[in-house]
Design a protein around this ligand. Sequence first.
Ligand code: 2IO
Length: 406
Amino acid sequence: MPVVTPRLSVLSEDFAADPYRHFAQLRERTPVHYEPAIDSYFLSRHEDVQRVLTDHEAFTTETLQVRAEPVMRGPVLAQMTGAEHTAKRKIVVRAFTGRALQDQMRAVRANTAELVAPFLARGRMDLVDDFGKPFAVRVTLDVLGLDGRDWQRVAAWHSGVAEFITSLSLTPERRRHCLDCAEQLEAYLLPVIEERRRHPGEDLISKLCAAEFDGIAMSDRDVTALIINVLVASAEPADKTLALLFKHLIDHPEQLAEVRDDPELLTAAIAETLRYTPPVQLIPRQAEEDAVFGGATVPAGATVFCMIGAANRDPAVFGAPDAFDIHRRDLGTARSFTAAAQHLSFGAGLHQCVGAAFARAEIETVAAMLLPLLDEVRYSPGFRYREAGLYTRGPVSLSLDFTPVR
Ligand code: 2IO
C-alpha cells in the first residue's frame, strides 16, 4: 500500500512545534507552497527568497498597508520607495552609527548590569522573562529617548502591536485588542513628540522631529509611525536572538568553551545564530505580476511569504545547513551584518534591516557581559525547551542555572 503523506500546512500545530523539520520537504517538493486558508504563497528556496527581496519592481511591500499600517499609525520605512525612502532611511541610519551607537552601547551595558544583578546571588535566571524581554524594551526606550520607567506599559502595548503584524490570522477580538494597544501607544507618544519639537535633544525622536524631506518637516503621524517602527523592529527580535544564542552555545559545549576563551568569536556565534534560527522567520511581499519559480506560478496580486528559516538552511548555499557551527566557512562573519550577508535574516535589497549594525553591537555587548557572569551556565533541572511563533519565533523561556556570585 502506498504511504500517503498528508499535505503539510504551515498553519498546522505540527509545523508550529518544529518548522525546521519540514523545511527540506518544502524546498524540495513544494518550493511554491500555497495556503488556501490565508490565500498566500510560501517560498522556501534561498534563490527564490533572494529574488523576491531584491526585485523591487515585481515584488513590492504594498502588503504592509494592511499588515502593519493600522497599528503603526502611519507608513513605516519598509513601505516607502524612491527619494522619500532614501532620505528617511538615511535619517534612521545616522541615528544608529558613530557617536549615537556608542551612547546606545552605554545604555546596553547599564541595562544589562541592572537587570542581571538581582539574579547573580541566586544562581538562576530565565533569560527570556527575567532578563531578555525587559532588556529589549528598556534598551529601545533609551535609544528613543523615552522614559525607561514606563517600560512595562510600553512592553504591553508593544506586544499588541507585534501580535497584529506577526499573526497569520486574527480573531476580531484579538484584532480589537491589538488596535487598542496601538491607539494607547500613539496617545502616549504624541505629547512627547510635541515636547521634543519645542525642546529638541540628542535623542532619535528629536532627530525625527527636526528632519525635513523636500523642505517639508515630518508630520506627527510620520514621526509616530517611525517611532513605533523602531520600537517593534528593535524590541521584538532582541530577546529571541539573545536566548537562541545561549541555547545553541549550551547545546554545543565545545563552541561555548571556545567563545569563553576568545570573546572575539562572539560575532561569529551571533551571525551563525541568526542564520541557523532567524528570529524573524517570514517577510511578506506582494507580487505585482505573474511570477514563475521552478515551474510553479505565483499570480499577480498574490501575497508571498519569504521563509527565512528555510532559505538559511538551503544546502545549495550552506554546507551541512542543519549544523550549528560558528566556524563554518560559508558564513562570512564579517559580511553577515552587511548588504553582502549570505544568510537572509536581515532581509536583502533596498529594505534590508537598517538596524543590523545596531543589532550586532547590542547582542555582542550584552552577551560579552553575561558570559563571564554566568559561570558553568546550564539548563535548570527539569527545564523543557519550547519555541513559539511562526512570523517571529524564539524560546518561550530559557531557565538557566549557573554558579552563584558571592
Ligand atoms: C515593523 C517584524 C519585528 C521592520 C515591520 C512592520 C516592518 C519591518 C520586519 C522587521 C522585524 C519586525 N519588518 N522590522 O520584518 O521594521
